[in-house]
Design a protein around this ligand. Sequence first.
Ligand code: 13P
Length: 250
Amino acid sequence: MRTPFIAGNWKMNKTVSEAVALVDELKAALSGVSGVDIAVCPAYVALTSVKPGLAGSQIKLGAQNAYYEPKGAFTGEVAISMLTGIVDYIIIGHSERRQIFGETDALVNKKVLAVIAAGLQPIMCIGETLAENEAGQTEAVLERQTRDGLVNVSTADIAKVTVAYEPIWAIGTGRAATAEDAQNRCAFVRAQLRLKYGDLADQVRIQYGGSVTAANAQELLGKPDIDGALVGGASLKVGDFSAIVKAAAR
Ligand code: 13P
């Protein structure tokens, strides 16, 4: 079955020295924890500084974004090849990338394919806005984002993909989806994957993200189609993130 997967998305937080300190504390707090995959995703500039401290730890590194072109005149972007050997995971299509920086499903798809081609694992984010939710469009949005984000992802590669369902109205608001609603949405996404990939859908990890805390993690992670969490604010606090990881461990 699927190993639970908890990833901390640090977003645009922590200087390099703060990131090194946080990783050291996390490593100590999580030593000996098993039965769960763990990743932290600091800013690009901190990745190589935190990397040595994670040697021998079960905590893996992820990046928060990357560009799909291998190199060239793309000022301000970071190529996936530059992240190879440093990270295992790359978050693709986070709602903040989509909403603030205009990323489309087509761009997300190019990035997902490039991450897989580089031998790394994408965490592809999907999720509806509050307006879409209130208009009853959630399933249509999830269906489109799942389909268009995974164009040309083969059956051989689909299990490398983690899908993170993050309803935008739940991100940073303190208002998480109910465990029941989150389960239903994640099950819906898995059903979409099953239409295209058959029983391989059972190998794809689907995370929930959006105001996951130490207090609500247990209930969310207890649901059958929620295979982990993509954690924002709570991933910056050692006690909270450790508690969430421990709640996921099977
Ligand atoms: P919060 O956990 O702060 O709501 O953020 C969720 C998120 O966007 C993770 O990618």
